[in-house]
Design a protein around this ligand. Structure first.
Ligand code: HEC
Length: 168
């Protein structure tokens, strides 16, 4: 009897959280439809490839990841002579910054590979603000990405192995 109640409760929770996830997935799209700045931010995120690395499974499934999970970072490491880097959870990252702090950070950022920091540096201030507005609209979600692993140390999980960069 108690077991049956537990199963029923679990089923109710599953439906409830399923609905919540579906709602979150729609939130970004709906907000984008109403606000041109947010729509622009969503467009930039899609065409600048931020999801390719910062959303688990995005590039491998041809972008078939629910929007509710976009930009939550990835546990897949990128390993090369620089060590192993992990695409940060941008949904959490943006929460810590004001719009002005974000623009400043993006203009001065220089990360380890393969993050294309130079693309952010060259983005217009208007586009950076739109990107910020969109990610803030999605809201915080997910866990922080794993910490950077220094060169020569084995990462715990899977990592893409890069060759050494060509001599310059
Ligand atoms: C090829 C993969 C890749 C792409 C594409 C990519 N990133 Fe990253 N990103 C990373 C990795 C890996 C890191 C962690 C770098 C490190 O640890 O030094 C990172 C770090 C960051 C950080 C944190 C920088 C800091 O100072 O800590 C921000 C912000 C960021 N990315 C934003 C973006 C945005 C916005 C886009 C789209 C325009 C984007 N990234 C596209 C892989 C990528």
């Amino acid at each position: 009897m108690t077991q049956r109640i537990a199963v029923m409760l679990l089923a109710t929770f599953a439906v409830y959280f399923g609905l919540l996830a579906a709602q979150a997935a729609l939130a970004g799209e709906k907000a984008a439809a109403k606000n041109p700045q947010i729509e622009r931010g969503r467009y930039i995120v899609k065409i600048a490839g931020c999801n390719d690395c910062h959303t688990a499974g995005y590039a491998l499934t041809g972008g078939k990841v629910p929007e509710s999970q976009w930009l939550t970072g990835d546990k897949l490491g990128w390993r090369g002579p620089w060590g192993t880097t992990y695409p940060v959870n941008l949904r959490l990252y943006m929460q810590r910054l004001t719009q002005d702090q974000w623009v400043k950070a993006a203009k001065n950022m220089q990360t380890r590979p393969p993050m294309p920091w130079f693309a952010l540096r060259d983005m217009s201030e208007q586009d950076l603000k739109a990107l910020y507005a969109y990610v803030k609209t999605l809201g915080p979600a997910g866990e922080p990405a794993p910490a950077f692993v220094p060169p020569g140390k084995e990462p715990q999980g899977p990592a893409v192995q890069f060759p050494a960069p060509p001599p310059q």
